[in-house]
Write a protein that binds this ligand. Structure first.
Ligand SMILES: [Zn+2]
Ligand SMILES: [Zn+2]
Length: 546
């Protein structure tokens, strides 16, 4: 692939066909910078795999020319890929104080050494890297220190929105820096690269302050002694609201779950949270004093605190008349897990409140009103919707066009976008895709092991061992897993079929695989249409003496 001189390029390698694993490149005359390096959670598509990262094979061709990595904020879909991908790079990572502290905990004992690579940025202070000048501006989201970046290069001003919303009372950190945005507008914004997550939402995303007020009302009026609240560990404003409520109402508060406590410590070290006097440990919860119990597991994660408490695998217990508030949204793909945990807890007589019942959560991404507000301030000449699945990206481009943005273009991961022309366009395509982190190895989504896991999960597995000693059939072992309810009957019938074929001299060392599979298919056909994984071992001992 040829890259032209004096052309500014944009390439998303992740986040522009999915919500997750954001990874964006900007390049000009062989100087490249990266914005964000995120992960995605694997979900049910890839059994046995937790984490997905972008396939960065394309980077190998320009690795020497990558000059810096800029992180917009500390959510996993923007920062979580650094521990997996950084070994490739030899350049600084710029990020705000909160994101830096969080990343330091993730990259301890790796090559991503703090003093060498992690550089704290100050808002509004330009960072000059080769031909690029990058400036961080404050924008509200659902984690402290989210940033919108201006990238000035080759007489162009590009605005990379990161994740954002307009929250007039964000509770933690500063409000959106509208002065910064207006100044960018004065310079003239050529391209806005913008969050598409909530483009289907007609309303404003809402303020953390409104959630605080409503949580206060619910907790104050509740007669339950134990009020469980589950939320995202990174939502520091929400944690601060719960501490605020506990202090105001003079009730106890306790945090359960590793990620919550880590998040709390980082937020405390940045001055965003403070442990109140009425903070207690989980073994100090008493039935005499009202207590807010903040716990991990709002997405139904089986190893998180909420799930363990629900399954009676924790010292803290649910009892009748407790209250549980899901101060979170359901991330698509987690509906079943959350549904089953809600059913389990409901049966224990616990009252449950979710965002569907009351205002106990607000999103961190812009709805249509907020998108329109940003277009009005920045007046971009062109727009590239990112941070979305195809449906979000298409809808965002349509919406922007209706609202008067002249040149919204639709892109996909791997597109090489020419930003230098008046009408930006997709000039070419580079390699892109996903890499699965499978324990300590990295595998492709098309890998045989994933296909096998899916097949075994849905169809079960049959093991067949044929033991031949001194040219006589000594024994046949058949065993099946996850195939049929009446598996003993099936195994017995298959054993007889194999014995019959052997006695008829149909099976020998050359054709045992084929004939055995034919026997399996004949017997299977009688009871199921499943296509299980079949493993056949043929042991032929010719000089065996008993
Ligand atoms: Zn994001
Ligand atoms: Zn985010």
């Amino acid at each position: 692939m040829n890259l032209n001189e004096d052309v500014l390029y944009f390439i998303p390698l992740g986040g522009s066909n999915e919500i997750g694993m954001n990874f964006n490149l900007y390049g000009y005359n062989n100087h490249w910078i990266i914005i964000d390096m995120g992960i995605m959670f694997a979900g049910d598509d890839y059994p046995g795999v937790d984490i997905v990262i972008p396939d960065t094979q394309f980077i190998e061709t320009i690795i020497e020319n990558i000059q810096a990595i800029f992180i917009t904020h500390a959510h996993e879909d923007h920062i979580g890929g650094v521990p997996y991908l950084f070994e490739k790079f030899n350049c600084p990572i710029y990020l705000t104080n909160f994101a830096k502290k969080l990343l330091e905990t993730k990259v301890k004992n790796t090559v991503c050494n703090d003093s060498l690579f992690l550089k704290k940025v100050e808002y509004l202070k330009p960072v000059k890297i080769g031909p690029f000048e990058v400036i961080y501006g404050n924008i509200t989201h659902s984690i402290p220190e989210s940033s919108i970046l201006s990238i000035s290069v080759a007489n162009k001003v590009i605005v990379h929105s990161g994740d954002w919303k307009i929250d007039k009372k964000p509770l933690i950190g500063k409000k959106t820096d509208t002065k910064f945005l207006r100044n960018l507008s004065k310079k003239g914004v050529d391209v806005l690269i913008c969050d598409s997550t909530n483009v289907f939402n007609r309303n404003l995303s809402g303020s953390e302050n409104d959630v605080r007020k409503n949580l206060f009302k619910i907790i104050k009026s509740s007669t339950s002694k134990k009020i469980f609240v589950t939320t995202f560990a990174s939502n520091i404003a929400r944690l601060s609201s719960l501490i605020f409520i506990a202090v105001k109402l003079d009730i106890n508060i306790c945090f359960i779950g590793g990620s919550l406590n880590r998040s709390f410590d980082i937020a405390s070290s940045c001055g965003y949270l403070e442990k109140p006097k009425n903070y207690i440990n989980s073994n100090e919860i008493s039935s005499n004093k009202k207590t807010i119990i903040v716990c991990t597991g709002c997405q139904g994660e089986p190893r998180a605190a909420l799930s363990r408490i629900a399954h009676d695998d924790h010292q803290v217990k649910f009892i009748r008349d407790d209250l549980l508030i899901f101060s979170s949204k359901i991330i698509p793909g987690n509906e079943k897990k959350i549904g089953s945990i809600i059913n389990k807890i409901t049966r224990l007589g616990v009252e449950i409140i979710t965002e569907k019942d009351q205002l106990v959560h607000v999103s961190g991404h812009p709805g249509r009103e907020e998108l329109e507000y940003l277009y009005d301030i920045l007046k971009p000449k062109s727009l590239i919707p990112v941070h979305g699945e195809a449906r979000h990206i298409f809808e965002h481009a349509n919406f922007a066009k209706i609202k008067g943005v002249k040149n919204p273009i639709i892109i996909n991961n791997g597109d090489l976008v020419n930003l230098s022309k008046e009408h930006i366009y997709v000039e070419d395509k580079v390699h892109s895709g996903k890499i699965l982190i499978d324990s300590n190895t990295r595998i492709s989504p098309d890998s045989e092991v994933i296909k096998q896991r899916i097949r075994i999960k849905e169809n079960g597995i049959i093991f067949i061992l044929l033991i031949i000693i001194n040219n006589k059939l000594f024994n046949i072992y058949v065993s099946s897993i996850g195939l049929l309810e009446n598996y003993l009957e099936f195994e017995d019938e298959l054993t007889k079929e194999l014995e019959k074929n052997y006695k008829m001299k149909l099976i020998d060392k050359n054709n045992y695989e084929l004939i055995t599979r034919q026997c399996v298919n004949r017997v299977l056909k009688k009871s199921t249409k499943k296509r299980p994984k079949v493993i056949i071992k043929y042991v032929n001992e010719s000089n065996y003496k008993d």
